[in-house]
Design a protein. Structure first.
Lengths: 255, 255, 255, 255
């Protein structure tokens, strides 16, 4: 196998498509969002598989059948006025510093091949605490994009996320911008402790307005409800634990 | 030395051989199994040594004579009706993410060179507790293989092993499948804490039925007996320790 | 993207320029110093950006606009008698052992391209305690440089810094010396615990005398004042903590 | 700089030279031994410097003058009947798995260039406790070498050192043997906790007999004396510490 291999699974003619990326990350927000789009757009066509020796040396199993770790690009010919979509997702980020760069360049190659010159990288931004009504933070390659995004509720806050954006999402803007893409990152606020379907939903809602499509959210809302129950149980357990841990004052008493 | 070097030690004409891999891993099940086959098939011929700069920079010593870390392929012309065998084993997995990919591709090159288009990767699946009668779990490259394997007792369980299969065993399916091999992974259940000759035996028993050969198990059974005594001693020691560790309740008393 | 990419942003004719490097490191002394020079020489021209897959896979954000991690070289045509300057800075060191070598070679390529054959690597040397009046330690590629540096107050102490100089600063001397550059490292003493604008100032003061330029220090002095207050608060907090921690003697009493 | 660069410092005609390697390792035995030979053979000529991007990105300082991390080969035309020597030493091992392989191949290239077909890798073997009269353990590329080495007191013990030999010393045997060198590793017993000049001396004494040269040991003996005092002080401190640590029984009493 070459270091990176693109498997052409199908060819589809798209009109002015937009690449939307959702790989694993904080709260799995990006991955949840793109997977939800794949479920809702039932006509999505798998067009490319990307294998790479910087992915973990691993197969996943589906009913006992092994599948080599890879990323996937699906094409969606949207029914409405909006642009067609290229949905990029997968189970893993690259395992090395250099790997993130080379993989991202490959993803951009594929986007170019299908005629895309716009892209959205989806992700989460950790707040450190449970968020009731998550906002969506934005980052762009050109200042001129800010206004359009603010119009649909995306927030631009100075110095957030602190430390910038890492991994493929960050590089899609960094490398994409240098290659002439108009790229934006949409980051849903999330605690950072749990997978967060609610945050994925608010990110998709922004995309819907920007790209003029519409999907159902029942499946995501159900998962969000489940996660809220999980979060509630965890909080309860933590409170019980804290009550039974001797405080600093108690410990000081020993000496 | 090149990054990977194949040393051709001998040439053997095989009829429709099957590659069987057993490198170090959980419970050392795969390695024990292939080493047992090598001991029982006394006519096995060492045909290839594989050196690689992703193996540890290390020599092992046998009576003071140094041998560079490598993997080995032995050829076995089986006496019965079954196919000939290519037995792959070694002391180490690759030391880097990319190394697993490149090594596995090399192993598949060798298999192809000898005309093999079927392979079995042997390994262990950790259960977290001592297992009296280990089952053999399976994974395959094509759904059509499942029935044949179930017929000889291999189990396919949804979501097991969790996390899929990592290392060379996983990639032999992942890369092998993409290169047209009919590949399967046979994983003996094992605690995950000790080397497990019993689990190696049940894996070989499955292979025997599939490939129509027959070996003696006395050596493995002796080692399994020894390991059971080791396990019993460890359990005894743990129980003694637990009695002398103050419980959580006791500790809470301090404050 | 290639492994390392040099983006030519502007071309400037310089007379006998000197490269001055200040990347992140101990006390951020080098980076602070070069950034201060960039602020004071308002006519500095950005001439080169250096991108590399050994930089973190990351973008930073400025008012929501993403910028791919890179190093930068600015050209300064100094007003006085002294040589022109090439100021090298950036937010990151290389993330791999080999990366440090390859990046440094690239920086030297750029210096050569602009006709430089002299360079100064700026950094900090950790003392482990707060320093009231930091000295500047020196290291050179040729013994003949020592006297000129000692004349402007640079100290050469046997065995300091212990362990030599690591990272790009070290390699600019190591690789630069082999390529024929006259290179020196100027290291301001610093505690090693905090960013240290005062140490950056004493390093620039040495450079001023060597290269016959003059800059204002008000901005650095203000930041140094702020850092002194931070240091005072930390010391206060540590003293309070130490009083409330049971001493070894107390703990021994438990048994 | 290339990944590995050999700098030809001088050319010397040697008759049938033997390569002797002593890089940092357990007890620094190998490095101490080769450095002692360099001090005693005053006529040694530096013939090659080896630079590599797998060495730490670092310069060392000698009177303020920076020197890029490298390994060195000195040539010694011995006065007696014995073969000439190529002495290989340096401050560092490679920093990566692959680096060990590539560096060792380079060292063997240099040995070949000077006409060597024999080599000795020197090192220490850790015993875990202070050793009064260290033995020298051996490892070889051909069984036929064992007798000659046993004749001068080298011991071959089954299964020692456990885990074989790692790093450049191991690979000089592993790769050297494959390239046709007659190679041996001589390992002085050493505690593993301290640099061990005494162990270096017993290793050199074996070499003297094998290669028919003779050096003075006063300098090593002085350093060995110093290290014995250091070891005595450490033991004393440890005993005092153990007396003041509450035993397990005491601690159990708390609950």
């Amino acid at each position: 196998m070459d270091d990176i291999e693109i498997e052409a699974v199908a060819e589809v003619d798209l009109s002015d498509p937009v690449l939307i990326e959702g790989l694993p990350g904080v709260g799995n927000v990006g991955k949840l969002a793109v997977e939800h789009l794949l479920e809702e757009f039932e006509e999505a066509t798998l067009v490319r598989r990307i294998y790479a020796d910087v992915f973990p040396p691993q197969v996943t199993l589906e009913s006992g059948v092994a599948e080599l770790t890879h990323a996937e690009v699906h094409a969606v010919e949207t029914p409405g006025e909006g642009p067609d979509l290229l949905l990029l997702t997968g189970d893993h980020q690259a395992q090395s510093n250099e790997g993130h760069y080379h993989l991202t360049d490959t993803f951009l190659d594929i986007a170019e091949e299908f005629g895309a010159d716009r892209l959205f990288a989806l992700g989460g931004v950790p707040t450190g605490e449970l968020v009731d009504e998550p906002s969506v933070l934005g980052a762009v390659t050109n200042e001129s994009q800010v206004e359009e995004l603010e119009d649909v509720g995306v927030e631009f806050r100075d110095g957030e996320p602190a430390g910038g954006i890492v991994g493929v999402s960050g590089l899609l803007l960094g490398l994409g911008g240098r290659r002439g893409f108009t790229a934006a990152c949409l980051m849903g606020e999330t605690s950072g402790y749990l997978v967060d379907p609610q945050s994925a939903q608010v990110v998709i809602e922004v995309l819907q307005e920007l790209l003029d499509f519409s999907v159902d959210f029942e499946a995501l809302e159900d998962r969000a409800e489940e996660m809220k129950e999980v979060a509630a149980k965890i909080q309860e357990m933590q409170q019980q634990q804290q009550q039974s841990i001797p405080s600093d004052d108690d410990l000081r008493y020993i000496g």
